[in-house]
Write a protein that binds this ligand. Structure first.
Ligand SMILES: Cc1ncc(COP(=O)(O)O)c(C=O)c1O
Length: 423
């Protein structure tokens, strides 16, 4: 029996109850120092914590049916293969893709983007062609395109943003031309929290016949995604940001595009037949999945999808936005604190700087109080450059966080200012 069977079908949302699912939250950090501090985890945009059912799914796999999949005739291999294959259907349903053939398992968002840039990009992008991204991309949605542009003498174009961290859509329209061959945009910015109008971007792009990739890394855990409704050509995300294990993720691609794309990596599983004279490739999705896949983690990723699916997504999402709003309001009351990223449409991410206090020093101080925030450029150096700052402090929320935890953050920020401010 797989552990996800124990998840109730409809789970009423209750923070105290929800927190019980995440054992890591009930610990004290730095236990050696005066008994330690209760962990307050506000680094959810980097990676989410894992519910016990996901941890159990990993233990269950390794303790009872660890085996390589698809080519084994024995019991364990059949059981592992079935559990693995079931996850593809779960992912398909989770993002409402049309077919399982459109779901490629990857290590995560980064690998998914590299796959598209290498495979689609090498085939379809040529000298002088233009690829459009936004000013708020994670490095993983910049560098793969730069590598491609370097190789093909193509040009990278960037949709600018305003001081609130919102894309300038009129500038976007101006960037589109017959030279534009691909658009790759982040759904929700990890450093600003901005939720971009991806549907509008896709609609405009398609009027010019341009395919669009959506980086959904920060979106999938927080809002319901329907790739058919979005009509995106590619959608990418990571399992570890949505309660699954690290090393899991997905590339969704429209079937016709994936069919036309050459393989990304060569090896076992992705072939139909190999000879020294000629090798033929496997059908979708296996054509893009060379080698032994990450069996255990993908199975537990399936459990994470079950877990998410059992939540009242709308209520959870509203609750997370409430946390973001509360944190923003409290931070804005503190003299010297400035929010970076004040878009009208935002996710549960709050980035801020403090006058006269280095973000890293403040982050380290907060850590001594048990508050885990992230500091720095958050893999979005161009965003920092745009706002003319070296980095921010970032608190990113998940439904297992509480207002009381935010109060500890706010108190910590006030204390950090009184201790660290350079007059
Ligand atoms: C918006 C965005 N895109 C891409 C990534 C890269 O994800 P991964 O490191 O899981 O591949 C991240 C990670 O923080 C992200 O926030």
């Amino acid at each position: 029996m797989t552990t996800h069977a124990s998840i109730e079908k409809v789970k009423p949302f209750d923070v105290a109850e929800a927190r019980k699912d995440f054992p890591v939250l009930f610990q004290k950090v730095y236990p050696g120092s005066k008994g330690g501090k209760l962990l307050i985890y506000f680094d959810n945009a980097a990676t989410s914590q894992k519910p016990q059912v996901v941890i159990d799914a990993l233990v269950d796999y390794y303790s009872t049916y660890n085996a390589n999949i698809h080519r084994g005739v024995h019991y364990l291999s059949q059981k592992a293969s079935q559990a693995f294959d079931e996850v593809r259907e779960k992912v398909r349903a989770f993002i409402n893709a049309e077919s399982e053939k459109e779901i490629i398992f990857t290590k995560g968002t980064t690998e998914s983007i590299n796959l598209v840039a290498s495979s689609y990009g090498r085939k379809y992008i040529g000298a002088g062609d233009e690829i459009v991204i936004t000013a708020m991309e994670h490095h993983s949605n910049i560098v793969p395109w730069q590598l491609l542009c370097e190789e093909k003498q193509a040009v990278l174009k960037v949709i600018p943003m305003n001081d609130s961290g919102e894309l300038l859509m009129s500038e976007f329209e101006k960037l589109l031309s017959p030279k534009t061959k691909f658009i790759s945009v982040v759904h929700t910015s990890n450093s600003l929290g901005t939720i971009n109008p991806v549907k509008e971007i896709i609609r405009a792009a398609h009027q010019h016949g341009i395919p669009v990739l959506v980086d959904g890394a920060q979106a999938v855990a927080h809002e319901v995604i329907d790739v058919q409704e979005l009509d995106c050509d590619f959608f990418v995300f990571s399992g570890h940001k949505m309660f699954g294990p690290t090393g899991t993720g997905c590339l969704y691609g429209k079937q016709a595009l994936l069919e036309a794309m050459p393989p990304y990596q060569g090896g076992g599983e992705m072939i139909q037949s190999v000879s020294f004279e000629k090798t033929t490739y496997n059908a979708l999705p296996y054509k893009f999945e060379a080698g032994t896949p990450n069996v255990a983690d993908v199975i537990a990723f399936g459990t994470a999808i079950d877990y998410l699916g059992a939540l009242d997504r709308e209520r959870v999402s509203k609750y997370e936005l409430g946390l973001m709003q509360y944190a923003s309001d409290q931070l804005e009351k503190i003299n010297g604190v400035k929010l970076i990223g004040t878009a009208k449409k935002k996710a549960g991410i709050v980035s801020f700087v403090i006058d006269g206090v280095n973000a890293l020093d403040a982050g380290m101080y907060l850590d001594t109080r048990g508050v885990a925030v992230r500091t720095g450029h958050h893999c979005t150096e161009p965003v920092m450059k745009r706002f003319n700052i070296p980095g921010t402090l970032r608190a990113s929320f998940m439904f297992y966080n509480t207002k009381e935890e935010i109060d500890v953050l706010i108190d910590g920020v006030r204390k950090a200012i009184s201790l660290l401010e350079k007059k």
